[in-house]
Design a protein around this ligand. Structure first.
Ligand code: MG
Length: 391
């Protein structure tokens, strides 16, 4: 193969968990990739180190208002400007939470491919960003491990042959807890995730299965699943070993799976090299050492999962509410203001209000803002003084 020009890469959320995995892929592929932009929310020290390692890359610090560290771009608007200035071929969005939406839009507006680890972009504005990608002839390449797996499986076997998606879930650290044990969970217990090493928000989401709920929504939006068919087409399967990253079931009855070590570098690499399949050097699987098990998720113990299906069928903006109320509730849980089962109670109560509307950017932003305020008002009514001592 001829040596092509290096692909220009912008990495958003460069100092976070996805960022670190992406940097490993970039360092291993120095001849393939040229970093042109790194962003971090507030980690000026980490960002400066990246600036020293890759002097040609621009730097953006999105969570500060003044450029005291002389990084070049600061603040939310600075980050959007940095994206449109950087000339990247592909933008890896590893920003956590709803804050990742505007940068995703900025990347697509500039016609850049989007390697998307920020699931909120699709959960909140899937219709909009997919239409934008189409108009700008840009690709959205999922980096979430399950969606990366489904994406590759559908490419290999044909979207038109799809009967069902079997979306796997680790089940989180409390999979086997009783409801009574769940009510006593503290933030520090939830932060010990069994398989993946991730940030605090996504770790709590994994424990509550909100992460899987968000991923159900993400799959519906990414893979064009009609609302009426969601319950049949998207089936969540608990798979504690996190080796099967998802499966597709075809109309002919055959099922195809993607298996690999639980290592985020692989879906990141797949997105960055797309459409190539590049050698990775990552550890592969030894089937002689493997036992794989699957079970049905418990929607009663983990109501965040059925709530995601309810949000999808309630209307286009309800997934925005699901996400916003969950973000607020998780923050309250981490601050020990509410108990673990209250996270789902806050989300359920918030979803009960009327959120009808069209999935346009203004309505999405307003719904997000209002849902957060409604969720906060519910949290205030909860009894926050009843934490039992840890046994
Ligand atoms: Mg995932």
């Amino acid at each position: 193969m001829m040596t092509a020009m290096r692909k220009k890469v912008a990495l958003l959320g460069a100092t976070g968990s996805i960022g670190k995995s992406t940097l490993d892929v970039l360092r291993r592929g120095k001849d393939m990739f040229k970093p042109v932009l790194f962003s971090s929310h507030t980690d000026s020290v980490g960002l400066a180190a990246l600036g020293a390692e890759f002097p040609e890359a621009a730097l953006a610090l999105s969570g500060v208002e003044q450029d005291v560290s002389c990084v070049g771009y600061v603040g939310k608007e600075g980050l959007l400007q940095a994206i449109s200035d950087c000339g990247a071929d592909i933008v890896v969005n590893g920003i956590a939470g709803a804050a990742g939406l505007a940068p995703s839009i900025a990347a697509l507006e500039s016609g850049m491919d989007l390697a998307l680890a920020n699931k909120e972009t699709i959960v909140m504005a899937g219709h909009l960003v997919r239409a934008l990608a189409k108009a700008k002839k840009a690709r959205i390449l999922p980096v979430d491990s399950e969606h990366s797996a489904i994406f590759k499986l559908l490419e290999a076997h044909g979207r038109e042959n799809l009967a069902a998606i079997l979306l796997t879930a680790s089940g989180g650290p409390f999979r086997t807890y009783t409801p009574e044990q769940l009510s006593r969970v503290r933030a520090q217990d939830a932060l010990k995730h069994p398989t993946w090493n991730m940030g605090a928000k996504i770790t709590i989401d994994s424990a509550s299965m909100a992460n899987k709920g968000l991923e159900v929504i993400e799959a519906v939006r990414l893979f064009d699943i009609p609302v009426s068919a969601i319950a049949d087409v998207i089936q969540v399967l608990v798979h504690p070993q996190s080796i099967v990253h998802s499966m597709i079931s075809l109309k002919d009855g055959s099922i195809y799976a993607q298996l690999s070590q639980p290592d985020m570098r692989l879906p990141i690499q797949n997105a960055l090299y797309y459409p190539e399949n590049a050698p990775s050097g990552f550890e592969t699987l030894d089937f002689k050492q493997l036992t794989l098990s699957f079970e049905k998720p418990d929607g009663e113990k983990f109501p965040m999962l059925p709530l995601a299906y309810q949000a999808l069928s309630a209307g286009d903006l309800y997934p925005v509410v699901y996400n916003a109320a969950n973000e607020v509730a998780v923050a309250a849980f981490l601050a020990e203001q509410i108990h673990f089962p209250d996270i789902a109670r806050v989300v359920a109560l918030t979803l009960e209000q009327n959120w009808d509307g069209k999935p346009e950017l203004g309505a999405i932003r307003e719904t997000d803002r209002r849902a957060r305020s409604v969720a906060k008002s519910f949290i205030k009514t909860f009894n926050t003084l009843s934490f039992l001592p840890i046994m």
